[in-house]
Design a protein around this ligand. Structure first.
Ligand SMILES: [Zn+2]
Length: 331
């Protein structure tokens, strides 16, 4: 498979010197969905976090509905037809319905009520395994109770810049009769194209992160967002099909990437595990994970008119540089 890119050149007269200067912009095309992405020269668009997250955690803790003592009182419960217990627990993780639903079945799952402050370097494989396990159980329970709801995803808005409205770290699940735009686009990709893309990345090596067993990890060739990583789990197409071993493998890979993000100075991320209906032939369960701007007063959002309105990302962190940093955690 040929990974397609075009080089653009901008020319301008430099202020002060009056001399002509040129800069390059690389436009890359995602081999799976065709969306394009702009790789800009390094210009410090994603400064490292220098914000005192721990102090902010203390400020936001009083009255937090996900903290001990409040969670049982202030969060909703699942209808009995979905889960008789009202909430789904695994280890320290607890799942309940999202008070502000985005779909027919929307859930929130906290890593632990006690972990109001959870920097990325402290998100362990154990915490992730348990939290993912509640989401897998939720997807299974919803599909059993509502057979028309075949499209499941597990997602994260981690810290305010990513869209999270509550500080307390959590995952979010969606199970519905309708896919999101990206779920539909990915589910429409022919099986051979996933195989050819992964083969190309594995052979090229400059973005490929590793194979953790049944899951392959690579930095995106044409990222939607900074330091974007994608993963593909062969043999299953929905989060509802994740068994315990595969959940643990996914959690282990995610913890590696999040640890690398912390090393790179980032503390906010989005994640999506895009399910297609269970049993979809040739669709490997897809995951995408990327950094967001660091939290601080008057910060710059990494999501601009390009990302929001043109569906075209512009990043100044080359995917190959991100792959080098994140790859250290996979070797
Ligand atoms: Zn809390």
């Amino acid at each position: 498979m040929e990974l397609h890119r075009e080089l653009l050149t901008a020319e301008m007269i430099e202020p002060g010197t009056g001399k002509p200067v040129r800069s390059s912009i690389e436009v890359r095309f995602d081999p799976l969905t065709g969306h394009s992405s702009r790789i800009l020269p390094e210009r410090g668009l994603m400064p490292a976090s220098d914000f005192d997250l721990e102090a902010f955690a203390r400020q936001t803790q009083s009255g937090c509905p996900f903290c001990p003592g409040q969670i049982g009182r202030l969060t909703p419960r699942l209808p009995a037809r979905i889960h008789p217990g009202g909430r789904i627990a695994s280890g320290e993780a607890t799942l309940f319905p999202n008070l502000h639903a985005y779909s027919s079945h929307s859930s929130v799952s906290v890593y632990s009520p006690r972990l109001h402050y959870l920097p990325l370097e402290a998100i362990t494989p154990r915490l992730l395994t348990d939290n993912l396990a509640t989401q897998v159980a939720f997807a299974k329970a919803v599909m059993a109770a509502d057979p028309g709801a075949r499209w499941a995803s597990i997602n994260a808005n981690h810290m305010l810049p990513s869209g999270s409205s509550l500080f307390h770290p959590h995952l979010q699940g969606i199970v519905d009769t309708q896919p999101t735009t990206m779920q539909r686009m990915l589910a429409d990709v022919p099986a051979q194209r996933f195989a050819a893309y992964l083969e190309t990345e594995r052979r090229g090596g400059e973005r490929y992160l590793g194979d953790t067993g049944r899951i392959q990890w690579t930095a995106s060739f044409a990222p939607i967002a900074p330091a974007e990583v994608r993963a593909f789990a062969d043999g299953i197409s929905s989060p509802a099909e994740l068994d315990d071993d595969l959940t643990a493998e996914l959690a282990d890979g995610l913890a590696r990437v999040l640890g690398a993000y912390a090393d790179m100075g980032f503390q906010s991320f989005n994640c999506a595990i895009y399910g297609a209906p269970p049993g979809t032939e040739g669709y490997p369960l897809n995951l995408r994970l990327a950094c967001r701007s660091s939290l601080k007063p008057f910060y710059r959002s990494d999501s601009t008119f390009l990302e929001r309105l043109h569906w075209e990302s512009a990043v100044d962190l080359p995917p190959e540089t991100a792959a080098q940093r994140i790859g250290e955690r996979f070797r």
